[in-house]
Design a protein around this ligand. Structure first.
Ligand code: SAM
Length: 365
């Protein structure tokens, strides 16, 4: 079986490491490839069959996709790949020609192996890059090709609202993927615990990527701009044994973070503090790890205030941080100045796709 896994751009290596660790735990043979066909935000896994022994001692096949949907912290979707291919020149082609190519490709695929004719289906599509066709065109074309193929076996049923099987078609640049989306309509990064929706909340997958980069070792950890609590909550859900602190300046967001933590079942594990990160040393004497997505000024506050805010925050951080910090922001110049002028060293930098932007992530010591 081939699984196409989706995640945020820029964290494919971390998603791959998580996947390898989860699959190793199953004891199945597997091979993992980052960015298959050069596509960012995607990881491909070729996996052998997995089995478990049920309570009556019988050997049963284990659904690896269900296992990954339940366990992964960094993936967005788990898609059973039906086929993929490179469609050279599709970006410039006339819509009719481009859609004809997709239709012919899908018509030749054994989609009947993935849906019973008695089951309803729908096609959801994702398109990225320069094309003269829309994602709606792709959905309609793929849906028609699947329908016509299934008609050979009976009367197919389409249900766009509540389908039993969701086919996912992706056209990213020149690459086309078709698969069955085992995750469903809600991406895994949309956590069920989120009852308070902060206007600039971090995707839970990226929160976990930042935690991976920080490599916290069980000693005290803080998110000094915790907003709705995504980072501390995800850390607590990983079973982190050490002290976890979330600091936030605005009462409304802090209340929201507490509500989210309560809904996640980890409120007792996190110390939420109402306070100003530019006065960090007034609330904590020492922390080993600090991980945060800083206010960018795009969605929150005045952009002109950002350099001062970062400078004041990193000068406070220098008084309390013992080991490592991981921060993301769009404000490259302001953060690099604040990091270096306060005696920290940038150990690692990468770009991560978040909310349609490429955001700068830094590991500092
Ligand atoms: N990671 C959070 C989440 O997932 O909800 C979102 C963080 S948001 C980008 C930045 C947060 O920093 C906002 O909630 C904002 O209210 C808070 N903030 C702004 N200035 C602050 C300050 N001086 N001290 C502490 N928090 C501050």
């Amino acid at each position: 079986m081939r699984l196409l896994l989706t995640t945020s751009q820029g964290i494919e290596d971390l998603a791959r490491a998580e996947l390898e660790s989860l699959l190793s735990g199953l004891g199945v043979p597997f091979r993992v490839e980052e960015k298959p066909l050069g596509v960012e935000g995607r990881v491909l896994a070729e996996i052998g069959e997995a089995f478990y022994t049920d309570e009556k001692g019988r050997k049963r096949e284990l659904s690896v996709s269900t296992y990954l949907n339940e366990r992964s912290r960094l993936l967005h979707r788990v898609i059973v790949e039906i086929a993929s291919g490179r469609f050279e020149g599709i970006g410039e082609e006339e819509p009719e020609r481009a859609l004809k190519r997709i239709e012919e490709f899908v018509s030749g695929l054994p989609v009947e192996r993935y849906v019973k004719v008695s089951e309803s289906f729908a096609v959801r599509s994702f398109r990225k890059g320069e094309h003269r066709i829309t994602s709606i065109d792709v959905s309609k074309t793929v849906g028609k090709a699947i329908f016509e193929r299934l008609e050979r076996f009976g009367t197919p049923r389409v249900n766009l609202d509540h389908p039993a099987v969701i086919f996912r078609a992706e056209l990213i640049g020149e690459v086309f993927f078709l698969g069955v989306d085992t995750t469903g309509d809600s991406s895994l990064h949309k956590r069920p615990w989120r009852v308070y929706d902060h206007p600039a909340h971090l995707k839970a997958s990226i929160a976990n990527a930042l935690i991976e980069l920080a490599k916290p070792d069980g000693s005290p950890f803080i998110d000094p701009f915790c907003g709705s609590g995504t980072i501390p909550i995800e850390l607590a859900l990983r079973g982190y044994a050490g002290r976890i602190i979330g600091l936030e300046k605005y009462r409304k967001h802090l209340r929201g973070a507490e509500m989210n933590a309560l809904s996640a079942g980890v409120l007792e594990r996190i110390e939420f503090i109402l306070g100003d990160a530019t006065r960090l040393s007034e609330y904590v004497d020492s922390v080993d790890f600090a991980v945060s997505n800083l206010p960018y000024g795009l969605k929150i506050g005045r952009k002109s205030a950002i350099p001062r805010l970062y400078m004041d925050f990193f000068s406070e951080l220098a008084k309390v941080l013992e080991k490592r910090g991981v921060f993301i922001t769009t404000e490259k110049r302001a953060i690099e100045k604040a990091i270096t002028e306060n005696g920290f060293e940038i150990k690692h930098h990468r770009l991560i796709g978040h909310g349609g932007l490429m955001v700068h992530a830094y590991v500092i010591e």
